[in-house]
Design a protein around this ligand. Structure first.
Ligand SMILES: [Zn+2]
Length: 324
């Protein structure tokens, strides 16, 4: 096992693998799915057992984002030394699949099929892997077999995979799944009234098909799997807890974006509710420590696995790789 602490200087798979592949990627960027053929599946799929639960992290893409953490620039730059002059940081976009008992559960829907240089992602210089649906197929899971989709929150990178185009018609990508999202991310989401918004297209599309359930508080999903309201990043933001045979996994969604936020619970991007975020972060950390939980968050460095230091304040995030 290797473990690292913030500052978050670990290069992502993409930084390492793609740096030498720039020309080929540029040529390939007109394709719907942009990825290097040199990458093997271990670069976008990583599976672990938590008790009887088989949990697979799925890398959907890599892009650049300026988090604008609401602290003096010198402070956040010390914690994120890889940020460029514009304050942008390379981040991974990760979903997850949980197989436990009869449940086949997807956490977050990822991006749509629109070429990343068009659509909503143009400013992020997004590069795609084969995508969530293809990765699921690679681990033997067909889209029709997904029983639940747990949507941590309504930001575009987490919902845009909901409705896909097939033969020129919009269809639910996971047609047999019950899709769950925190109620406020729909009911208090101003984007729902803009027909061209991702929320209207994808969450509205699920709702009109009877596939979206708005949930409150703590919602049991399947034996051992719980969806828990953890607001702040958005009003309905929720996290996922898996318990099996005395082991615990917590998928934290976007409650944290970078390791430095575990040490500085008040460091958040603009537009979020800071006080609520801090409360949700404290609660999640307490829960993680009580259970000695394996953790992941959506924009961690793939494969995203990690833990927090078991005691002491502040908590420290430690990436965990290669323990299989
Ligand atoms: Zn996100």
């Amino acid at each position: 096992m290797t473990a690292g602490r913030s500052p978050d200087t670990r290069a992502t798979v993409w930084d390492r693998e793609m740096a030498a592949d720039v020309d080929r990627t540029r040529v390939a960027s007109s394709a719907t799915r942009v990825h290097s053929r040199a990458m093997d599946r271990s670069h976008f799929i990583d599976t672990r057992l938590v008790g009887d639960a088989r949990i697979t992290m799925i890398l959907d893409g890599h892009g650049y984002w300026a988090p604008e953490l609401q602290v003096p620039e010198a402070e956040w730059r010390a914690a994120l030394p890889q940020a460029n002059a514009a304050g942008e940081v390379g981040i991974d976009f990760c979903g997850a699949h949980i197989a436990l008992g009869d449940a086949s559960i997807l956490i977050d829907l990822g991006f749509d099929d629109i070429p990343p240089e068009r659509g909503h992602w143009a400013t992020m210089r997004l590069r795609r892997t084969p995508g969530v649906e293809a990765v699921l197929a690679a681990i033997g899971v067909r889209a029709e077999e997904i029983t639940h989709v747990l949507i941590t929150h309504a930001h575009g990178d987490h919902i845009a995979g909901a409705i896909a185009e097939r033969d020129g018609r919009p269809v639910a990508r996971f047609p047999n799944a019950r899709h769950l999202i925190g109620r406020a991310d729909w009911e208090r989401n101003p984007e729902r009234n803009s027909p061209a918004s991702l929320a209207a297209m994808h969450l509205g599309g699920l709702l009109s098909r009877g596939l979206l359930e708005l949930v409150d508080g703590v919602r049991p999903v399947a034996p051992g799997v719980t969806f828990r309201h953890a607001p702040g990043e958005s009003p309905g933001h929720s996290i996922v807890e898996v318990r099996s045979r005395g082991e615990t996994f917590l998928h934290l969604g976007d409650l944290f974006h970078f390791p430095c936020e575990f040490e500085h619970l008040g460091w958040i991007p603009p537009g979020r509710d800071q006080a609520t975020t801090i409360l949700s972060r404290r609660d999640a950390l307490e829960r993680a420590r009580d259970a000695g939980a394996l953790l992941a968050f959506s924009h961690g460095v793939f494969p995203c696995w990690g833990r927090v230091s078991p005691e002491g304040e502040p908590a420290h995030w430690m990436y965990e790789v290669a323990t299989r």
